[in-house]
Design a protein around this ligand. Sequence first.
Ligand code: ADP
Ligand code: ZN
Length: 513
Amino acid sequence: MRSPEQVLHEVFGFPSFRGQQEGIVRDVCAGLDALAIMPTGAGKSLCYQVPALVRPGCALVVSPLIALMNDQVRALRAYGVRAAALNSQSGDGGETIDALQNGQLDLLYVAPERAAMPGFRQLIARSDIALVAIDEAHCVSQWGHDFRPEYRQLRALCDLLPGTPRIALTATADVATRADILDQLGIAPDRMVVAGFDRPNIRYEVAPKVNAAKQLLAFLDTQRGRSGIVYASTRSQTDKTAAALVAHGINARAYHAGLDGVERARNQDAFVRAEDMVMVATIAFGMGIDKPDVRFVAHLGLPKSIEAYYQETGRAGRDGDPAVAHLLYGADDIARARGFIGEGGAEKIAADTARLNALIAFCETSGCRRVPLLTYFGEPAPPPCGNCDTCLSPPAMRDATEAARKLLSAVVRTGQRFGVGHLVEVLHGTAGEKVRKFGHDALSVFGIGGELDANAWRSLARQLEAGEALIRDPEYGGLKLGPRAKAILKGDTPVELRIEAARPERERRRRAP
Ligand code: ADP
Ligand code: ZN
């Protein structure tokens, strides 16, 4: 029997394993199950292809994408591996089945529909199977974005092969989906490996939005002569921004679903070939674009989620050279995103809220950006990276524990049903009509919050909400105490606030990368 290293060198011609590949390969070769969660491009395929050649018998690979399956089979054959596929394009597959039964196959790729057929199960039960690999394993879960009912049959197939390792692979990041994959496929939770999400060559920078157009130009001045993507929220913002950049002498184009197909294709083509083009685009742009030397990705507003942000910024620096991810976000973005939450039942609201809170916590952290980013994907917290804005110039912080307690007290005293605007009036001692109507000018908290201006109070409220010390009433939008409030009120959890939160006008971050 060959060793995994021998297979890696002799068959694939690679000098060494990458990241977690080695551990996963070793375990699967030894007959253990695995769930590998790695981003696209991290090298998931080798995690089962190497064990397929180390272990005796044929590896069964379930994959839902015919084009990808055919690519893999072609690539493996080019390495001299005996690979074949059974899917809707491969006819009845008689020859392939003969080869399997005669022990002449190393890897057999099958579509999930085929794998679910009773006849196929009987065939597999009679064959010598090295392992079962389940690609795009999130398809097994209704929580995933791509549920495939046939994937639910795969458990029964695996169970026909006791002692045969099963390895599930996906790039999905969602925690609920992962738990479901383990459960549905019968893989023990301690067999899950999450890895490869860090992109060390990308420098993450996040700044509050004050004047987006001006801030963008200042950023682009640090990126002259490089190619990058600027993500805008709407078509009209895309067009306007592109025009403004062109007027500023930047080689920029626009891309969004409102352009006709010919123009979209032309702009995309030009971008891929250019060395110094800025593509201003909606999130419609980027999927499947092969341009390794994208040097920066800028966001003019809050992305949809950390997953979306990771995917969009991940288009920068694929060649491994330094790249920058530059995000501008505003309080209005956060308010709008909160406003979108509220449909689909309590469970969905809770999940959407948690996702948004994680994104805001990433934006407002005073520590290394990679900590909220990588822990979100389930990786252990890394040490400070030295390659993000907060590592390079730690933000000035002030203790805001007392202010946080005042804010939480104001929430309690006013009956846990008012929005931040009203709370600020109470804290500032502004006896407006609504404040007087509710008698809030007579409360002990009235006028106790002169030390922060309205912006700083709002920023503090956002931070407390992202940290679950405050939660929003899903029906009326008022703020209530959350599970983390008690520890702050008792003084057990200190709270810090960025000093700049009080002075957002200050110009920030014009460093060259
Ligand atoms: P994924 O399925 O995770 O998106 P792939 O398995 O397609 O990623 O691998 C991405 C690329 O990385 C492929 O071109 C593959 O050949 C290459 N690759 C994977 N592992 C290694 C390695 N250990 N050494 C060199 N190249 C590798
Ligand atoms: Zn850092």
